[in-house]
Design a binder for this molecule. Structure first.
Ligand code: GN1
Ligand code: MG
Length: 381
């Protein structure tokens, strides 16, 4: 039976077993479980028994082609980036990573499989003896994750930008994100406007800020580099025993951009003690000791290439990317939950609210954040 037919008639276990076959995975398929932490792709982890009784695990992932207009470009980038990192790990002595994602070839030689009616699939190695966290419980985790993303940027700084496609155009274009939200509010296609007027007002009041980095980029004052673009804390695998960063994952949005987008998303996802969709807004705020850990970790690896202007904008970038993410969740809420996976009623609205609460908390602490950043930079450079 052709694989695409299996996808229409068989159970998930059978589908993933058939995928393993298509990627020529050795051993006997035992079972798979779903990994639910991402909002975009569909991810399974499958266990295989090898001859001799040992087990191996693999990650199978379907690229969301509603989000990524050209999954082939995504796969091209992931292959280039993982090859580059592997090449550097072999030749440069001091890379911080001990493991990297490897793409397995499907039968036929390509690094992905296109299934009629079921999209683009890829297969990765599973990074063992590690864990991810959605919320930093200890500053050590934030420090390690931030250091890993800085090192990741440094590893990619000698890649040829022409080798990398833009997988989602204008991904962090905060002006376009703002305008799209206003358009969604104007159309109110799902009849939800009345439930989020306060949030819209909060965002409108901050309109001026969405142009700040874009203007500097236009003037040529902010370097464009190859960056990760989705530096959530759960996109770094940490060692299960030592908490040290082992591997940066989720490479779909690696594209030319500003390091400030990466740093901003670290502040957004590493400093709050609450989940991204926490409904009790009292629980969402920026924790200074976590911010300090993020700044120290990041600057430890980024100090060699980052410019003084970029350093001065690090605290602002935390606030801006959090605002941007709030704008994106609220836009999706107004447009009827078509982009981010949702699991409950008003899920995107709750997510938007936590982002705005975090923005407010950062605004209250901005002078301290700025002082801390300047002090750390002085100490490490
Ligand atoms: C999405 O897939 P995941 O959960 O790592 C999104 C990010 C958002 C994030 C918010 C391609 O990332 O941009 O910051 O959700 N990825 C894409 O949690 O849109
Ligand atoms: Mg992602």
């Amino acid at each position: 039976m052709p694989l695409s037919a299996v996808f229409h008639t068989h159970s998930v276990q059978e589908q993933v077993a058939a995928l393993g076959d298509a990627f020529a995975i050795a051993g006997e398929f035992i079972h798979c479980d779903t990994i639910n932490s991402g909002h975009i792709n569909l991810t399974f982890r499958a266990t295989y028994r090898r001859e001799g009784g040992t087990t191996d695990r693999y990650i199978f992932q379907r690229v969301n082609d509603a989000v990524f207009p050209c999954p082939r470009d995504v796969m091209h980038n992931v292959e280039k980036v993982t090859n580059h990192i592997r090449w550097k790990m072999l030749r440069v002595l001091k890379t911080p990573f001990r493991q990297t994602l490897n793409l397995y070839s499907a039968r036929g030689g390509r690094k992905y499989l296109k299934l009629h009616g079921s999209g683009y699939w890829r297969c990765y190695n599973c990074i063992e003896n590690t864990y991810t966290c959605d919320v930093a419980e200890h500053p050590r985790q934030a420090y390690e994750a931030a250091k890993a993303f800085g090192a990741f940027q440094q590893l990619l700084c000698d890649m040829n930008p022409e080798d990398i496609h833009e997988t989602i155009p204008f991904f962090h274009h905060t002006r376009k994100r703002f305008d799209r939200l206003m358009e969604a509010a104007r159309k109110d296609s799902s009849g939800r406007l009345a439930s989020c007027r306060k949030e819209l007002e909060f965002i409108r009041k901050r309109e001026r800020e969405v142009d700040l980095l874009l203007n500097l980029q236009e003037k040529g004052e902010l370097p464009i580099r190859i960056v990760h673009n989705d530096t959530k804390i759960n996109n770094v695998m940490l060692d299960a025993e030592t908490d040290r960063a082992v591997c940066v994952i989720d490479l779909d949005t690696v594209m030319p951009g500003s390091v400030l987008y990466d740093f901003g998303d670290m502040v957004r996802t590493m400093t709050s003690p609450a989940a991204e969709d926490e409904e009790d807004l009292e629980k969402t705020f920026m924790r200074m000791p976590m911010f300090e850990a993020v700044v120290k970790g990041y600057l430890e690896t980024a100090k060699d290439f980052i410019t003084p202007l970029e350093v001065s904008l690090l605290p602002f970038s935390g606030k801006l990317i959090t605002l941007e993410t709030g704008i994106r969740f609220l836009t999706d809420y107004l447009e009827g939950d078509v982009y981010f996976k949702t699991e409950k009623d008003r899920h995107n609205l709750h997510r938007a609210r936590t982002q705005l609460a975090l923005v407010k908390s950062m605004e209250q602490q901005m002078p301290e954040m700025e002082k801390l950043c300047a002090d750390v930079f002085k100490a490490v450079r």
